[in-house]
Design a protein around this ligand. Structure first.
Ligand code: PGA
Length: 258
């Protein structure tokens, strides 16, 4: 829970989907249908190639933008990479850091994730740090330890981290249709708040999102858990009806005292 009443951050991670024209089409509809709601922020993370047109399309609307990745250097000889300074110029407010697809498919290790997280903060972007165990780690009962290591390696080098969010995304639940049980999610989110406290962070100020096969059928039970402050939505964010239904459920739950 962040603040007095409930507030939510609902983030759509489009991954490597949608061209420029598909982005405009999807965002025009979203901006027309999402008029904002007290206590709910809606963020879309398009691919890099579509961010500029996305920024123009959502200007003046209630939709905010995020990037799916960044490099830590402001500029340099890093072929194929995108810097935080470049993102800032595009009116991007958020950036996903350490998504499991980057960690696993592109060999991003803990020190790289930590550098990206720090670079995002230095450049005024709000990083959404993804953490979570894989299936074998869960079976071994190591999920709490894995998540603690992933958070500590990012926060330890920083004196005062500033504003950031965490997304708990168990790897076995991403894109698989398997969602963690709401009670398990709550337990892990409570654990994450404890870790943040131990790292000297005002844990109540950090939104903790859940991600992994979130859809309109399971989002209400996940979002109503005490320490779930939002969702990082992959597949379901590619269907406007479903994504808006999730945001609408957040709007119904927002503002309630718990
Ligand atoms: P999914 O992806 O909703 O398709 O499981 C979530 C994510 O990878 O952030």
């Amino acid at each position: 829970m962040v603040g007095d009443g409930r507030s939510y951050l609902i983030v759509g991670n489009w991954k490597m989907h949608r061209t420029v024209s598909e982005t405009v089409e999807a965002l025009l509809e979203l901006t027309q249908r999402w008029k904002g709601a007290e206590g709910v922020k809606v963020v879309i993370c398009p691919p890099f190639t579509a961010i500029l047109i996305a920024a123009k399309t959502v200007a003046g609307s209630e939709i905010r933008l995020g990037a799916q990745n960044l490099h830590w250097a402001p500029e340099g000889a890093f072929t194929g990479e995108v810097s935080p300074v470049m993102l800032q110029e595009l009116a991007v407010d958020y950036v996903i850091v350490g998504h499991s697809e980057r960690r696993i498919l592109f060999q991003e290790d803990g020190p790289a994730v930590a550098k990206k997280f720090a670079a995002a903060l230095e450049n005024g972007l709000l990083p959404i740090l993804c953490v979570g165990e894989n299936g074998a780690e869960r079976e071994a009962g190591r999920q709490g330890q894995i998540v603690e290591e992933q958070i500590r390696e990012v926060l330890t080098p920083l004196k005062e981290p500033g504003k950031f969010a965490i997304a708990y995304e168990p790897v076995w639940a991403i894109g698989t249709g398997k969602t963690a049980e709401p009670e398990d999610v709550q337990r892990m989110h409570g654990h994450i708040r404890t870790i943040l406290g131990k790292c000297g962070v005002a844990a109540g100020q950090v939104p903790i999102l859940y991600g992994g096969s979130v859809n309109a059928s399971n989002s209400a039970s996940l979002l109503s858990q005490r320490d779930v402050d939002g969702a990082l939505v992959g597949g379901a964010s590619l269907r406007n009806d479903e994504f808006l239904a999730i945001a609408g459920q957040a709007a119904q739950l927002a503002g309630r005292k718990i």
